[in-house]
Design a protein around this ligand. Structure first.
Ligand code: ADE
Length: 231
């Protein structure tokens, strides 16, 4: 997959996505990550990219033209353009699965108080990481690119590693344990030591439901509503 990020601060995205699994996906060519900086398209010698908001108010607004030109440089036929903004649709695992099917993604990161509203029309999707305000779109781009990259075929060692995981079935994942069997008086659940795959599978399913009911009852009721609709 090819991903381009339109950002004034490429290092904020490049550095965290150079480590671990995503870093390896980049080195092996499964993810081709590029950057386009609106500052390179500024029209004055001071490389200005922001200006005061019309109508007054605090903070600066990122101008539309440098963002437009930075986008134009990397946009190809078939690119899916995402604007990161707290006003967008909330990101979730279902969206990560959809985005992982695309060939080319472009993320536009705002900074300062916001971007000139007129760039919204350049995006196919406005996406938010959650109901809080970040200093810019960059940390949100990192999270979304991370979640999408791990779903690309060949990125995780076992492709089916993403099948049973948290959210994929609308439930939180069952707990994991490793050695030792007893750690500071806390025991590993007996079922997991049984070697009986049916028993283990049942235990994991029941634990996932119980855990979801306790920690995220909203997910369980959403799943029940979905079940009702399919009946
Ligand atoms: N930019 C600032 N806050 C954001 C958020 N919550 N999601 C996406 N982009 C943002």
């Amino acid at each position: 997959m090819r991903i381009d990020v339109v950002t004034l601060f490429p290092a904020m995205v490049d550095a965290p996505l150079s480590e671990s699994i995503v870093g390896r996906a980049r080195s092996s060519g499964l993810l081709d990550l590029g950057f386009s900086n609106p500052r390179d398209f500024s029209e004055d010698r001071h490389k200005t990219v922001d200006d005061k908001p019309y109508g007054g108010g605090t903070g600066m607004v990122l101008m539309a033209e440098p963002v437009y030109k930075a986008l134009k440089k990397v946009k190809k036929k078939g690119s899916f353009v995402i604007l990161l903004t707290p006003k967008g649709r909330k990101f979730d695992q279902a969206m990560a699965l959809e985005l992982a099917k695309k060939k080319r993604l472009i993320f536009i990161c705002g900074h300062y108080e916001g971007i000139d509203e007129r760039v919204n029309d350049l995006a196919d999707l406005e996406l938010s990481l959650g109901d809080y305000v970040l200093t810019g779109g960059e940390p949100a781009a990192v999270a979304v690119i991370d979640a999408v990259t791990r779903l690309l075929p060949g990125v995780l060692k076992k492709e089916d590693a993403t099948v049973d995981e948290t959210f994929s079935m609308g439930l939180l994942e069952a707990p994991h344990y490793t050695r030792p069997r007893v750690w500071r008086k806390k025991k590993v659940p007996e079922a997991l030591l049984s070697g009986n795959h049916k028993l283990i599978s049942r235990w994991r399913h029941n634990s996932a439901r119980a855990l979801t009911g306790k920690k995220r009852p909203d997910l369980l009721s959403a799943q029940m509503n979905a079940d009702e609709k399919t009946l």
